[in-house]
Write a protein that binds this ligand. Structure first.
Ligand code: CA
Length: 281
């Protein structure tokens, strides 16, 4: 099934939807709250969604500390589909992992390589017939202590502008990032997103899931590529230095005991003095 990526048509669509936008936004605001509540994710007690906002600066610096190599297998989806590293699902298309064969739309492309994840992109007819599109890619990751950072390239190629279509990233169901089709202006091109996921850096194993839903007829498309997850120790050098310090302290105490013994022999000197006094008497 060919996907639709109406980068050009979305302009006309936005104008048409603009006629209804006021009512839609009010309605979708309520829907969005209900959706969050129904998810029941404890994520709302974790990282705020704004943590994962666009991060155009410092992207080449990388996370602080001593970090692992990428924990994500096939981070650029270049394994294609069926993918050996990612579990894929799509209600209408079978998989969201795409290459050029997915579309004839000009400009629909990966950030890097030949493959990327394209969530949404269903035509109005597809949505009318299928009800909605929900797609995901996921894999299991083990995140070592003490800190961890998830990053990826994300674009909202086209958006319905209703707020009903959403892209979410979860770790064992906890939402660590979310964007809706209302945020096209923030992600109009592939944007580097980095999320501090240190609360999950405890040596445990988690399901990392990227999910995109398209429930309205507004032709929303979410693009994803170049995923990275690294775990970072606070500072391995300081940690080992602390252990050495403790060993050193124990050795110092041993030296002090020897010193005390030497002090006792000083008393022998006093005995010598006594002998001197006896001489004067
Ligand atoms: Ca790629």
């Amino acid at each position: 099934m060919t996907k639709f990526d109406p980068a050009l048509r979305s302009l006309a669509g936005a104008v048409a939807l603009g006629l209804l936008s006021t009512a839609c936004i009010i309605t979708s605001s309520g829907d969005d709250d209900n959706g969050d509540a129904s998810d029941g994710n404890p994520a709302e007690t974790g990282l705020p969604e704004t943590t994962g906002g666009p991060a155009d600066t410092g992207e080449t610096d990388g996370p602080p500390g001593n970090c692992s190599s990428n924990l994500v297998l096939d981070p650029g989806f270049e394994g294609g589909t069926p993918n050996p590293s990612w579990t894929e699902s799509s209600a209408l298309f079978g998989t969201p992992i795409c290459d050029a064969a997915c579309t004839d739309e000009p400009g629909a492309a990966p950030y890097a390589g030949s493959w990327w994840v394209w969530m949404g992109g269903a035509s109005e007819e597809d949505i009318m017939n299928g009800g909605s599109e929900s797609a995901s890619v996921s894999q299991t990751v083990t995140i070592d202590p003490d800190a961890a950072y998830l990053s990826f390239r994300f674009q909202i190629r086209s958006g319905a502008g209703t707020g009903d279509d959403a892209f979410t990233v979860t770790l064992d169901g906890d939402t660590v990032f979310m964007a809706t089709d209302l945020e096209m202006s923030d992600y109009s091109d592939y944007t580097y997103v980095e999320v501090d996921v240190s609360p999950w850096a405890d040596g445990g194993t988690y399901d990392l899931v990227f999910n995109g839903t398209q429930v309205g007829p507004g032709l929303t498309s979410f693009y994803l590529d170049e995923v990275s997850l690294v775990s970072c120790s606070d500072d391995t050098g300081t940690s080992s230095g602390s252990s050495d310090g403790q060993d050193g302290t124990a050795g110092t105490f041993g030296d002090s005991s020897s010193g005390t013994g030497d002090a006792g022999s000083t008393g022998d000197t006093g005995t010598t003095g006594g002998g001197s006094g006896s001489s004067s008497g």
